[in-house]
Design a protein around this ligand. Structure first.
Ligand code: GTP
Ligand code: MG
Length: 200
């Protein structure tokens, strides 16, 4: 699959600013610093379309991107980079973690076809588990990406997916993809899962 074009559309601090929802949409959620913006750049074959930082809390607004691909099943898709949770303070409710902006986005967005939840390989926090349960409770299809796979030894990779499934309490039908935004390992597998999820 080739990327024919990718562009940044808009950065939104309030729901009224969200662009009209026309294309099938993917939302990227997860802890601050887990690698959401890096994953978007890697998927889009771009270096810094989404802003990446070593300091957690870089992405503060809801950022929309679109991509056109050579895949007839996925001619155009919208990607949404959301602010991370778990940075400012530990809190028990999803609303307090993120604020109403993201809650409203995930609840109301009609074109949202898939929530891509990122966790760092070997670390599944209480907030990750809470978020997974909440996303499933609102009926959104979920896919889990284990990020920074380049930090794992080859021999650890398969085990880490099994361990993450157990640690996060993920049912067999939730796909898990190992990914490295540094080496782009996992890119074809992730696009394949995205295609499959958006088709159904
Ligand atoms: P917020 O916007 O703060 O929520 O963070 P984010 O989830 O968008 O993370 P971001 O993509 O900004 O990456 C955070 C840090 O992790 C940066 O220093 C990245 O270079 C690093 N990083 C991201 N992906 C990978 C990866 O696959 N491998 C390695 N080794 N580092 C990565
Ligand atoms: Mg970010």
């Amino acid at each position: 699959m080739k990327i024919l074009g990718a562009e940044f559309i808009k950065s939104c601090g309030a729901p009224e600013q969200f662009p009209a929802d026309q294309l099938p949409e993917l939302a990227f959620v997860g802890r601050s610093n887990v690698g959401k913006s890096s994953l978007i750049n890697s998927l889009l074959h771009r270096r810094s379309l989404a802003k990446v930082s070593k300091t957690p809390g870089k992405t503060r607004a809801v950022n929309f991107f679109t991509v056109r691909t050579s895949d007839p099943d996925l001619p155009a898709v919208s990607l949404v980079d959301l602010p991370g949770y778990g940075y400012a303070k530990v809190s028990k409710s999803v609303r307090a973690q993120w604020g109403p902006l993201i809650e409203r986005y995930l609840l109301d967005r009609r074109s949202l076809g898939l929530v891509v939840l990122l966790i760092e390989a070997r670390v599944c926090t209480e907030q990750d588990k809470l978020t997974i349960r909440w996303v499933q409770s609102i009926g959104r299809p979920l896919l889990v990406v284990l990020t920074k796979a380049d930090k794992l030894r080859r021999s650890e990779r398969e085990r880490s997916a099994r361990e993450a499934r157990a640690a996060c309490g993920l049912a067999e039908e939730v796909p898990i993809v190992l990914y490295s935004a540094e080496t782009h390992d996992g890119r074809d597998a992730l696009w394949g899962e995205i295609r499959r999820q958006l088709k159904t």
